[in-house]
Design a protein around this ligand. Structure first.
Ligand code: SF4
Length: 773
């Protein structure tokens, strides 16, 4: 293996931040931290790292992070304490809350940055140890609308159903509400190479972002109207005779209703709604339909809306009508944001799901997982509240909360209200690496290990399961999240089932996932190390005597059973282990169907599996590309969604005449809890700002740098003006990485999508005022 600058003391691993999960090498250095260096063997980033990844080691330094548990003292201060005292205090409070109010008065709030093992153990802890249904995680705020729309259309949600390496080889990509130039810069090369290869890039974004600047066509719709934009494009596809009738007939259902809905959205009507002109719409359709292969990739723009599921559904409809899904170098995909945003939603920390991406309401799924957990399926709680609804219930229905790896004081919508709910709790415990704004409110704070100090797996935006390796020993006073759950479970009377060894947890996760939609049963740590990641689904297969077998968790002999049950029979391009599985042809002339063998992967309802046994690992190659032969629905067809345009939950009016949209900057990550502690990143992005058009600035009489107050129905945020022609005159933009008076999420609207329960972060009505000092 070529691992770049690897030396014997160097550990190849992956970045702690975003869903690209760039490969990097870590070398221990004095002071207990590591030096981050290039790792060229990981194909996704080929050694490239953004500033966040390059500086990630700074948060490992003892001065930058917590190294002792903290407990709230009698005078209200957080003071250092021993681990036993801190864990006793948490367990005692959880026990008292449960005794007084019942198990559902206990809440658990997880994070999309937790490893698969932690997400799995946290979901099990909530349901088995606490017995509560009240668990959800911040990934609900990230990509849940795309997950809901993907499941509705294809029967399965995996962020990207193809590897990123397909992007430069397609003919056209529409990037909707996505700005990879700032959110995951090393991925930009895929889009640059696309254009170098003769393909075209269309960017849909209300702002002329760094990504939009590189596009062949930039469409700048009014925030919250991209559903109408997609419908307008579909209308033109029909009107111009560009529907792939044979594909629609053969591989889809529901076209007539979807077609009728699109035909009601005349281009001129769509122009009035979106602000995108009819000629621009026509050009977008022409560019998208000209090549044989094309993709639509969405990110938070269309997803973080109260109609996010339908908005993504409209873009999927466009792919289906033009025969773009489930074909080589084509399809719909979601660029997930958080480091383990994909895996975080597969293993049971979501309010409605069990491990293996199973539905909590599915009796067969409950039986299977309960068997793995050694509990009565009837004792498992049902679905709980979604993330915002859970936060909104704090202090009333939910009285005590355990937070692991999340900072909702900064990242939740209507953040001042959420902060108030957190303050109203009877008891709050937070596990984090730093004293985040949420940890500052806690009764007990537990300092936990970080990426470079622990081993575990994540699943990247491609659905590629990866092994993060421990490179250094954590400092004294710090413990892993798995140790926390082990310690709490024991104190709450559950002595077994919460191992502290991540590989042991992963072995159980494999069994729990077997036969589910996200089947990891054919993956083990050894394969992950040897193969540089494996794409799920990867079911364990009957192993011949000479195949690789492993049961590293228990060392016991294994029986072979893969949890086949009622398979919906998703056919997959399994190829030969290489992700380039026989489709290396020019997308602009390609006419064939995907090659690679079809594999029944046993997705769908879970059926029986040998839940108690270890699983023999035969070398299923993993599944880089999904749906090439059939979709994961019962009939194998993709489903159109009959979606129509509707306004945002909040439209401008006389009192709040401007639209606010929020997003990210390149040098900060999510709530900024880690990256705001890195000097280099802070220097590059020291604080929030209000981006606005010169016309709006002139109306306000504001100059660049002047403090502006942005006021919504939920509160007020103040930040300096940043004037640019790269934003619509009716819209202002604020990044959301900071707390305090510039906190953008003070303003955002918690109106929820009815299906995904995603809040409407991306659009709300505000007024903008100058601030006199
Ligand atoms: Fe790569 Fe994302 Fe880490 Fe940057 S933050 S180095 S893009 S994984």
């Amino acid at each position: 293996q070529n691992t770049g600058t690897r030396t014997p003391a160097t550990t190849p691993t992956h970045c702690p931040y975003c869903a690209l999960q760039c490969g990097m090498n870590l070398t221990p250095v004095e002071g207990g931290t590591v030096e981050v260096s290039e790792r060229t063997d990981f194909p996704v980033n080929r050694g490239a790292l953004c500033g966040k990844g390059r500086t990630a080691a700074a948060v490992l330094a003892p001065g930058a992070r917590l190294t002792s548990p903290l407990v709230r003292s009698g005078d209200g201060a957080l003071v250092p304490a021993g681990w036993d005292e801190a864990l006793d205090r948490i367990a005692g409070n959880l026990e008292r809350t449960r005794a007084r109010y019942g198990a559902d008065a206990l809440g658990v709030f997880g994070g999309g940055g937790l490893t698969n093992e932690k997400a799995y153990a946290l979901g099990k802890f909530a349901r088995v140890v606490l017995g509560t249904s009240q668990i959800d995680y911040n990934g609900r705020f990230c990509m849940s609308s795309a997950a809901a729309a993907g499941t509705r259309a294809f029967g399965l949600d995996r962020g990207l159903p193809f590897p990123l390496e397909d992007v430069p080889r397609t003919g056209c990509v529409i990037l909707v509400g996505s700005n990879p130039a700032e959110t995951m810069p090393p991925s930009l090369r895929y889009f640059t190479e696309l254009r170098e290869n003769g393909g075209t890039l269309i960017v849909v974004d209300p702002r002329r972002t760094k990504t939009a600047e590189q596009a062949d066509l930039h469409l700048a719709p009014r925030p919250g109207t991209d559903l109408a934009l997609a419908l307008g494009m579909l209308h033109l596809v029909v009107a111009e005779g560009r529907v792939d009738e044979a594909y629609v007939e053969e591989r889809t259902s529901g076209w007539e209703e979807a077609r009728a809905a699109a035909m009601a959205h005349w281009p001129e009507y769509v122009e009035r709604i979106t602000g995108v002109s009819v000629p621009e719409l026509r050009e977008a359709v022409r560019l998208f339909c000209a090549p044989e292969a094309a993709m639509v990739l969405t990110a938070r723009g269309p997803e973080q809306q109260a109609k996010g599921t339908d908005t993504v559904g409209a873009w999927i409809n466009l792919c289906l009508a033009t025969g773009r899904a489930g074909r080589p170098l084509s399809g719909y995909g979601c660029l997930t944001g958080q480091g383990n945003g994909q895996g975080g939603r597969e293993h049971g920390q979501k309010a409605d799901q069990l491990p293996g991406y199973r539905k909590l309401t599915d009796p067969a799924a409950r039986r299977h997982v309960a068997e793995v957990w050694g509990v009565d399926p009837d004792a498992l709680p049902g679905p709980g509240r979604s993330a915002y609804e859970l936060l909104d219930a704090l202090g009333t229905d939910v009285r005590s909360l355990l937070v692991m790896g999340s900072n909702p004081v900064v990242s939740a919508p209507r953040a001042a209200h959420v902060e108030g709910r957190l303050r109203s709790l009877d008891f709050l415990a937070v596990c984090d690496v730093v004293l985040s704004e949420t940890a500052e409110l806690a009764d007990v704070v537990l300092p936990v290990t970080q990426w470079a100090e622990e081993t575990g797996t994540t699943t990247s935006l491609e659905g590629r399961v990866l092994l993060r390796r421990r490179a250094i020993t954590p400092p004294d006073g710090v413990r892993g999240d798995l140790e926390v759950l082990h310690g709490l479970a024991g104190r709450l009377g559950v002595e077994k089932g919460f191992p502290t060894d991540p590989e042991e947890v992963f072995e159980e996760l494999r069994r729990a996932s077997a036969g589910g939609p996200a089947d990891y049963s054919g993956i083990d740590y050894r394969r992950l190390a040897e193969e540089n990641g494996v794409f799920w689904p990867c079911p364990a297969q009957p192993a011949a005597d000479d195949t690789h077998t492993a049961d590293p968790g228990t060392g016991t002999d294994t029986r072979t059973r893969t949890g086949t049950g009622t398979a919906s029979g998703m056919s997959t391009d399994t190829g030969s282990g290489s992700t380039d599985a026989g489709i290396g042809r020019d997308p602009r002339t390609a006419t064939g169907t995907g090659s690679g063998m079809s594999t029944e992967t046993g997705s769908g309802s879970s059926g029986s599996s040998d839940a108690g046994a270890g699983l023999r690992v035969a070398p299923h190659p993993g599944t880089p590309r999904l749906f090439l032969d059939r979709f994961a629905t019962d009939d194998g067809r993709a489903r159109f969604a009959p979606v129509t345009h509707r306004p945002s939950a909040e439209e401008p009016d006389d009192e709040y005449p401007v639209l606010l949209t929020t997003g990210r900057v390149v040098s900060q990550y999510q709530s900024g809890a880690q990256t705001r502690r890195v000097a280099e990143l802070n220097a590059a992005a020291p604080g929030p700002f209000v981006e606005l058009h010169p016309r709006l600035a002139a109306r306000l009489g504001a100059a660049d740098g002047d403090p502006l107050a942005v006021v919504s129905r939920r509160g007020r945020a103040v930040a300096p003006a940043r004037i640019t022609t790269g934003i619509r005159p009716d819209t202002v933009f604020m990044p959301f990485h900071w707390p305090g008076e510039g906190r953008a999420n003070t303003l955002t609207n918690p109106a929820l999508d009815p299906t995904s329960r995603m809040p409407e972060f991306k659009v709300c009505a505000v007024r903008v005022e100058t601030v006199t000092s």
